[in-house]
Design a protein around this ligand. Sequence first.
Ligand code: ADP
Length: 600
Amino acid sequence: MIHLDYRSRMVLFNLLLYTVTFALVVFFAVEGIWYSSVSNVKTNIEESAVNTELLVEQQTTGAAAVTDRITWFSSNAQQVAEIIGGYSNGVVYLYSLDGTPLNRNADTEPTNFLKAEYEKCADSDRSVFSIRTINGQDELFFMTPLEFENVRIGYYANVYSLSYVSQLTNYVVIILLICGLAGLIILTFLIIRFANQFIQPIKDLTRISKEIDNGNYNVVIQYKWDDEIGDLTEVYNQMTQNINSVIMQLKGERERLGSVLASLDDGLIALDQEGNITASNSYLKTYFGVANAKTIYDFTYQSFLRDIFDSLKRHQNYISEEVECNDRILLLTGSPIRQPGLEENYMIIIRNITSTRRIEREQQKFISSVSHELRTPLTTIIGYTDMLKRRNVQDPKLLESSLATINREGHRLVRLVDDLLSASRLDNLEFSVRRTTISLDVLLHDVVDQMRVKGWQKEIEITYKSEPDLPLILGDYDRLSQMFINILHNAIKYSDKGGIIDVILTGEDGWLAASIRDYGTGIDPAQKDMIFSAFYRVEEDRARSEGEGGAGLGLYLVKQIAEKHNGRITIDSKVGEGTNVTIRLPVLEADGTQKENGNA
Ligand code: ADP
């Protein structure tokens, strides 16, 4: 079965209505024309019968007997028929009382047909009308008795062709058909327009409903008429507008929630009962390498997340767990989200505690290093003092060497405590470098002079050269002095007896470069990056055997001070050939500023 759309059905229904109405109109029009034409003809024919009677009466006035009139009628029938026929349409026939045709102008065929009419008329004493189709033409047959003073003298008959009535009816049908066709065309056009006007808003509603289904709520139906459809479209527009504003509100809320989640420093997953992720942030990708996860089961390799989810579903209230994942230590905390009237949901927070744990480890290492460093000289001091006390030493040589050791270890303790204090002050965030305008040339002169005395103890010569007219720098004089003292201290410490140390200061595009070159033991390239860590020493015994072994804080302090001055440190060293430590510091620009991008 063909399924027609609403519009086509509407058009077809209207056309059907029109066709039925039109057929009825045509039928009644034709019937009306036919009826009125035939009754006109009837009246005319009846009038012609009356005229015949009148004519006969006129002609026979004064005739004595009825038979005279009948005789006159029979003998003058031809003439009467011609006179009457002259002003009557159709052919007039006159018959005698016994049914014999009296006039000649009749052809035989109608006369034969009229026999039956004659019999009916003679039997009933009344006029007879009948319509017959002869040779495809409608013919009206009429017969009536002719009477004077209630005496019958014969019969009058008339055969009238109804062809002109049929013709008229045909014309009418043709005209009606032409008009009907034109009406049909006009009506079809109007119906289609009318249907379109009704259908368009429905089409618009359908289109907009589809748009809404696709998530576009920013749509309006245009309809200009103030009718029922107009009311419907208005309600619809209002509805989409409301939905749109609610959706915008929800979007805004979601964006706000998204930005809150994004600004968190921790990873977060919110889950429903089925394990679907209802909210999350980008840390999930950072920590687990899983992007666009939809459910907890998308974390294939992170079974710990599923375990927490399963425990929460088993109504455990709070779960905290530390896991190692992709070189990170993560603290996972799971808890349920309960809201009255809503299904229980769950939340897992993931915190990266790698650096916290590392700092804790560093601190522990630092404390044990410090304890160890303090303990070694103290043990020596206590050992020697115990020995002196117990043995009551008289030998001046032994006494002197013992006191020298106690003194040296005491100094080592003081140095260690000084270094620790400096390191803790530099670590402290509140520490700030007291910057003044200084000449690095003057500073290095002072430091070299100071350290020369120390070098002489190992017969080491320290030279100093600088370019003339070097620009000034901005820095903390004491800290920078301490930095260069530490470097020179190491250079002396790791140089052989009788060696040379060259200190050179040069200017380089925006920087001052101070190099401290020694020709001592050198540093293994594998150790180069570690020597700046606190308490790091390449060889425990080597430094200690020198009697002035540090605690591994010297270069750590150098690095801290250089960083605070936006400086850069470079170390070139070869084992057995010596070490060249270069410190670059930004010069003071004419406008009083200096480079900020230095890195150690
Ligand atoms: P320490 O106070 O023990 O000297 P530092 O932090 O100053 O500690 O130095 C760390 C390590 O770097 C030292 O143990 C040493 O092995 C190495 N080092 C530093 N400077 C030099 C140098 N000029 N020549 C050779 N080795 C050096």
